[in-house]
Design a protein around this ligand. Structure first.
Ligand code: KG4
Ligand code: ZN
Length: 313
């Protein structure tokens, strides 16, 4: 639940993490996630309103994610937003979650303007998109199989780490040497990504080394570093190719995987002086409500908000 001004400034950005709830199942349990949203949302609404001494007429509009996402969670969010909109007589705007990830960059750099090229890497997407103007997105490339975040989460499981996996792989990789356990770097022609082959390579490597229980701590760290290196360099290879095909002045790297420390370190080196790079702060990379508020400033009015779990760009 967040409060955003003019689509460019975060006043409040509250996050109730459900990681602990889902950790024991090794992944998100959709029904538990929806029920937890229902349990937490009303209190977070009151907290933001009271903390900022707001009354409903102070709000210009109420923004809510309409997709893509888990249907139960989307229905709870849209139900709460429409209930508030009806009670408070405020317009409700349904926002595309993927647009939200890109608009997180506008909160980090309020002077940012399209045209821009965005690499959007999350649990379900690895997309290269061109944004010629506000509210306009053209997909240049996507993944043929797993998304980068999904691959990180599966690698985490193979390495005996918990959930959510990406940040844990990142942490383990910090003590590893990628060169000691080289893994292939995926490379499809053009602007498409693929991570399933790399995932299989990691699975076979662990098996060839005698299985997970046989691995030394250093070897696990080396494998994490190598896996992370392959994913990050593959993402940046394609970003570089996209930028050479579509030279634009601004580049954005966003989505949950943009919290990755290697990606954050390598992206500026790869983009160099060819464009200005914006990577949102870590809190604005992983899912949050402020980015949805920012995107709402440029989202078309929707009237009654229809949820769409499989919504594209
Ligand atoms: O955007 P996001 O918060 O949720 C979705 O829209 O999917 O992205 C979540 C994904 C998860 O797969 C998570 O493992 C990954 O982002 N992630 C990371 C890191 N932090 C989160 N992946 C690599 N390194 C990280 N530090
Ligand atoms: Zn997301």
């Amino acid at each position: 639940m967040a409060l955003v001004e003019d689509g460019r400034r975060v006043i409040e950005n509250l996050i109730h993490s459900q990681d602990g709830l889902h950790a024991e199942y090794g992944g998100v349990v959709p029904e538990l996630a929806a029920r937890e949203h229902l349990r937490k949302l009303p209190g977070l609404v009151s907290e933001v309103m009271e903390h900022n001494s707001l009354r409903p007429p102070d709000l210009e509009r109420i923004a809510v994610t309409r997709g893509p996402g888990l249907i139960g969670c989307l229905l709870v969010g849209v139900g709460v937003a429409q209930g508030l909109g009806a009670a408070w007589q405020r317009p409700v705007v349904g926002v595309n979650h993927l647009w939200g990830h890109v608009y997180a960059a506008f909160l980090t750099r309020p002077d940012l303007e399209p045209p821009l090229l965005a690499l959007v890497v999350s649990g379900a997407h690895s997309d290269l998109v061109l944004m010629p103007a506000h509210g306009s997105f053209q997909i240049l490339g996507r993944t043929r199989d797993d998304a980068a975040g999904e691959a990180f989460d599966k690698a985490a499981r193979m390495l005996g780490l918990g959930y959510p996996g990406g940040a844990l792989v990142d942490r383990l990789a910090a003590g590893g040497r990628a060169g000691d356990q080289p893994l292939p770097r995926p490379s499809l022609p053009g602007l498409e990504f693929s991570f399933s082959g790399l995932k299989t390579a990691l699975l076979y490597r662990i098996r060839d080394l005698g299985g997970l229980p046989a691995l030394e701590d250093q070897t696990r760290a080396d494998l994490a570093a190598s896996f992370q290196h392959s994913v990050v360099e593959s993402l940046l290879d394609k970003l570089q190719l996209a930028l050479s095909r579509h030279p634009v002045p601004e580049v954005v790297v966003c989505g949950g995987v943009a919290a990755n420390s290697l990606l954050r370190r390598r992206a500026p080196e790869v983009v160099g002086s060819r464009a200005r790079l914006t990577v949102p702060t870590i809190k604005l990379c992983t899912d949050n409500a402020a980015m949805i508020g920012a995107a709402a400033a440029h989202s078309p009015p929707t009237g009654l908000v229809q949820t769409n779990p499989g919504l594209g760009w």
